[in-house]
Design a protein around this ligand. Structure first.
Ligand SMILES: NC(=O)c1ccc[n+]([C@@H]2O[C@H](COP(=O)([O-])OP(=O)(O)OC[C@H]3O[C@@H](n4cnc5c(N)ncnc54)[C@H](OP(=O)(O)O)[C@@H]3O)[C@@H](O)[C@H]2O)c1
Length: 274
């Protein structure tokens, strides 16, 4: 039995689906089982990392687990997993850990990794780079006038498809390798301007990019995330201007098939952009 935490999330839902396709028995933990929307053949069970006493039940007969990094709250889960005899954990983490300035995001994920390492349970860390999914934040602007307005249009990254992050986690659960660290990027270095162009081409309608000054972009982003997070994101984008982002071969090496391109990701999410 494989337990999937964060099973209702962007990555977790794909982990559940791919484990089912591989013929595994899957249990999912969520704070709201009645609204999970997970497939019928998944055993869905209530659990909350902030109330560790709710987690023991979910770990009965579990030998492997996909762990979502609930910041500062892994201790209770790891104690319960140790008591239940869990043999391997694959945890979603962040490649921000490897940045010259890991910032808040790198720091909290490193603390999660250290907690898992400290538990002594065999583990794999799946360090994801920038999610393609973040660009769904542009959907409103695309639908209301077809112009994406943000700062640092020439900032380049190699964003990664959530299905590929899940695939690496699933491979890590099916063939556990203690201590493995998989750092993931998507297959192409793309600026924000490139990505807006690809969205328009893939959806078959005009979408344009308009450069905003940093302060204006900060005001816009701060409506969707805490101001600190918005500042951090803009600092990252500023430092990525004019670079060619590193593209790592990890996804193909681990899964045996190429990573999804940005155009494939847009096509997969066409309904979300409409
Ligand atoms: N966005 C990026 O570019 C990027 C890049 C690298 C890494 N990351 C990292 O990836 C993660 C986000 O992944 P995602 O998009 O798949 O997440 P998500 O869609 O936001 O889902 C969050 C999941 O966590 C679960 N959860 C939260 N608090 C919980 C608690 N107290 N107890 C039990 N479950 C809890 C939620 O379950 P319920 O609500 O069902 O209980 C939900 O399934 C973050 O750690 C982020 O820092 C993001």
């Amino acid at each position: 039995m494989i337990l999937v935490t964060g099973a209702t999330g962007n990555v977790g839902r794909n982990v559940v689906q791919q484990l089912l396709e591989a013929g595994e028995k899957v249990r999912a933990v969520t704070r709201n089982p009645e609204n999970s929307g997970l497939p019928d053949d998944v055993e869905v069970i209530a659990g909350d990392f902030s109330r560790p006493e709710t987690l023991s039940e979910s770990l009965k007969s579990v030998d492997r687990a996909f762990l979502f990094p609930v910041f500062g709250q892994l201790g209770g889960f790891l104690d319960a997993a140790t008591a239940a005899g869990v043999e391997h954990i694959a945890m979603l983490s962040s490649s921000a850990i490897e940045f010259e300035d890991p910032g808040f995001i790198g720091q909290v994920h490193l603390e999660c990794e250290n907690a898992v390492t400290g538990s002594g349970i065999s583990r794999t860390f799946v360090r994801a780079g920038l999610f393609m999914l973040n660009d769904l934040g542009w959907a409103g602007q695309i639908n209301n006038g077809g112009v994406v307005r943000t700062a640092y249009g020439t900032a380049a990254a190699a964003p990664v498809d959530e299905r590929d992050i899940a695939a690496v986690a699933v491979a890590s659960l099916l063939s556990p390798e203690d201590g493995a660290v998989h750092s993931l990027t998507g297959p192409q270095s793309l600026t924000q301007i490139d990505r807006v162009r690809i969205i328009g081409e893939t959806l078959g309608r005009p979408v344009e990019f308009e450069e905003l000054p940093r302060e204006a972009a900060l005001g816009h982003l701060s409506r969707h995330m805490p101001p600190d997070a918005a500042e951090y994101l803009l600092d990252q984008l500023a430092s990525w201007q004019g670079i060619t982002a590193e593209v790592l071969p990890t996804i193909e090496q681990v899964t045996g098939r190429p990573a999804h391109t940005y155009a494939q990701w847009v096509a997969h999410h066409a309904a979300d952009f409409s």
